[in-house]
Design a protein around this ligand. Sequence first.
Ligand code: NGQ
Ligand code: ZN
Length: 452
Amino acid sequence: MTTLFFSTALLPDGWAENVRLTLEAGRILLVERDVLPGANDERHAIAIPGLCNVHSHAFQRGMAGLAEVRGPANDNFWTWREVMYRFLDRLTPEEVEAIAAQAYVEMLETGFTRVGEFHYLHHDSSGRPYGNLGELAERVAAAAQQTGIGLTLLPVFYAHGNFGGRPPVRGQRRFLNDADRFAKLMDASRAAIAGLEDAKIGVAPHSLRAVTPEELAAVVPLAKGGPVHIHAAEQTKEVDDCIAWNGARPVQWLLDHAAVDSYWCLVHTTHMTKDETMRLARSGAVAGLCPITEANLGDGIFPAEDYREAGGHFGLGTDSNILINPAEELRIMEYAQRLSRRARNVLVSAEGCSTGRELFERALVGGAQATAAEGSGLAQGGPADVVSLDAGNPAFLSRRGDAVLDSWIFAADSRAVDCVWRHGRKVVTGGCHIQREAIAERYRRAVERVLF
Ligand code: NGQ
Ligand code: ZN
């Protein structure tokens, strides 16, 4: 049993003072407010709940910053993808694990306590399945185990190169399965996470580019009550290709044919008509928004204002992991709106409301929904996933209540997080993960092997 005392904490019904959290067996056993600290309490200043990262391709952390050199033609998402495919071709299982662990350390150090790993690297670099079909799922699980991050594993079904069941290209050979082998891979993936505390599993048909309607129908039930994640409408070319294939846009097609509901997470959904935006909001699904990656890849701007007005749910994804920081994700999400609308405080409901508070709480709830987390927020019976902010950071001086979140999101550097408890265990202290050195050293060796 651990008892933590905070001068202030963001509870589900708002900010409270002098809050004592009793953690036991990975859960918050007791929340007390307006109390005095106990003699054995660990004392800190500001507590907020940990966020769930709904969309990560952990291995891509290893190539962050290496696709920022202009190529021979106009660079875009598709030329970036070629670079990414060349990078992943070289990765061994050891390297996949080392890179994932580094990415997960960085997630924990910035306030993410769970990751939805959209895991599509399945086979060896010749495209042959490993002797153990779940080899790389086990590596992802091992990285989660070593770092302590909560894992929602989303094994990816990937079979084609474009809409209409087009053949895959060479760079995709490590991803491919038919429906039968994928069912076995799901079994192996369930086995891979069996030993991990409160790990979850769902299923991820990669996109309508990679999966035919028949395959989608076969794969979705394999989630067995877990979440279903799919990339949709990230690029305008993808929308155009989808229309050329069947006359409908990707989000429209999914809403019309796939029984999209609150178990679903549609990742990106950057390019939607107003009608699609309203329908997606009404479906109860989560939009998996990855503002930093979407900016980096030149995807476009999600219709966040209409979606908010329609009551749509969203979660944050770090996706390419070009940079890992939930506060910065929210900052870019709001700034994209400000820049395109020439306005301020866009993604917030009413006069007098804090933009940071509303963005944070929506990402908290949507993130938990999309990753099948057992609750969100610092609540009795909920997961003991707690983040303390560093009150000594200049960004937080004399900040109280919602101004703390506004200052974290809009004004703090990446060192704003002080400590993190995940499933009741302290995994980050003084801003540093407890295994930071060893994991960084293994990561260094892995990256050196891959890049030289
Ligand atoms: C991915 N990433 O699966 O890693 C994709 C690129 C694709 C993003 N969409 C590949 N950001 O979508 O075909
Ligand atoms: Zn993605």
